[in-house]
Design a protein around this ligand. Structure first.
Ligand SMILES: *[C@@H]1O[C@H](CO)[C@@H](O)[C@H](O)[C@H]1NC(C)=O
Ligand SMILES: *[C@@H]1O[C@H](CO)[C@@H](O)[C@H](O)[C@H]1NC(C)=O
Length: 357
């Protein structure tokens, strides 16, 4: 009888506080393929230097606390926080942007720029603090230009990634469809993350594959770097085309990953860029978009089919737990050293508080 009561209360605990344990954040910056332009009109006393960059987002299984909204400026690989509206309500503005950036709505976090000059790439990042790391953080960017128009930079990095979450079984293959900047000297980067580091922030990324060729050396083989975690399992589409008897190599950033493992679950960022064009613009030329991969393991890994949303102790190792949401697995995690997973309390706990199921 006592055992039954414990079982019932554990289930009730799942349903009340861990319903929809995993949620996915998806950010959309409308018209991200085009510039936000500001044209100065020196003779017009009514002219104001003001621009808006829109941002929309969805969080599947809305969290109880509002997400953190962050706007950044720079390249995908190197950007600076200019504005941050934390989950707690606190607002930070970088001193260089004081009085020149604002956000009026947390549900539609459009960035309002006043008295800005020059150009830059601006990123809208949305972080669900209840689901930190790969599933809970997404961002997209758009370019801003201030000037007379004719000096607008021409062909810049662009991409279009299919952001529909991909479901795959262990051992299967995923194809992450990304179209973008190509050419014999393109630099294509796929990274996974961000993952959270112990005692630190959630800002650690893994380079899955980087394929690049330098300007002036387009006849040589491109350099390819692959993470040891993906050796022999990843490939990029490569196409050839012929113009006036010359054959050109074209990189298409679409990524294929074979022999999927549970640890492959997460968020993948496609980031192609020209290396030969507009090098004077520096790395601001690099855009990125992300897609989530969800791995379901019907074989050796425990299945989530039919299980209520929540985290479950791993049957093979009680220091590990796996997360289920909507009947699908969101991967396996390991507790910090010395701790084991307490399924009833849904946390990593001291071993003497936990029965390995
Ligand atoms: C990429 O380009 C191909 C061919 O033009 C098209 O069929 C596909 O829908 C595009 N994918 C994305 C994500 O834009
Ligand atoms: C490989 O994956 C493991 C587990 O996901 C991770 O801890 C490690 O940092 C990854 N390796 C690299 C080079 O990022």
């Amino acid at each position: 009888m006592l055992g039954l009561l414990v079982a019932i209360s554990a289930v009730a605990c799942f349903e009340s506080s861990y319903a929809d344990a995993v949620s996915i954040t998806t950010v959309t910056v409308p018209n991200r393929g085009g510039w936000v332009l500001v044209w100065p009109r020196p003779g017009d006393p009514n002219w104001v230097n003001r621009a808006e960059i829109g941002c929309e987002y969805t969080i599947s299984s809305a969290p109880a606390t509002p997400p953190t909204i962050t706007w950044l400026r720079g390249t995908f690989a190197d950007k600076q926080v200019i504005y941050k509206w934390s989950s707690s309500g606190e607002v930070y503005v970088h001193p260089d942007f004081a009085g020149r950036v604002s956000v009026e709505s947390r549900t539609h976090p459009t960035l309002i720029l006043v008295n800005q000059g020059g150009w830059g790439r601006y990123w809208c990042r949305v972080t669900n603090e209840e689901q930190p790391g790969e599933f809970g953080t997404d961002e997209e960017s758009r370019l801003f230009w201030y000037g007379s128009g004719y000096d607008l930079p021409g062909r810049l990095s662009w991409l279009n990634l299919d952001k529909t979450p991909v479901h795959v079984e262990v051992g299967g293959t995923v194809r992450l469809n990304c179209n973008g900047t190509s050419g014999s000297t393109a630099s294509i980067l796929w990274v996974k993350g961000p993952s959270c580091i112990q005692g630190g922030g959630c800002d650690s990324y893994e380079t899955v594959i980087h394929k690049s060729a330098q300007y002036g050396t387009s006849n040589t083989e491109p350099e390819i770097t692959i993470s040891p975690n993906y050796t022999g399992r990843v490939s990029l589409d490569t196409q050839y085309y012929t113009v006036n008897d010359y054959t050109y190599l074209e990189f298409t950033p679409t990524l294929t990953i074979t022999d999927i493992r549970p640890s492959d679950a997460g968020r993948y960022w496609c980031s192609p860029a020209h290396t030969e064009l507009y090098s004077y613009l520096g790395t601001l030329n690099r855009d990125a978009q992300s897609v989530v991969v969800i791995v379901n393991d019907p074989g050796t890994e425990p299945t989530c089919a039919g299980k209520p949303d929540g985290m479950y102790q791993h049957p093979a190792d009680c220091a590990q737990f796996y997360t289920c949401s909507g009947g699908l697995s969101y991967g396996t995690n390991t507790c910090p050293a010395g701790l084991v997973f307490n399924q009833e309390l849904q946390l990593c706990d001291w071993a003497n508080n936990v029965i390995c199921l």
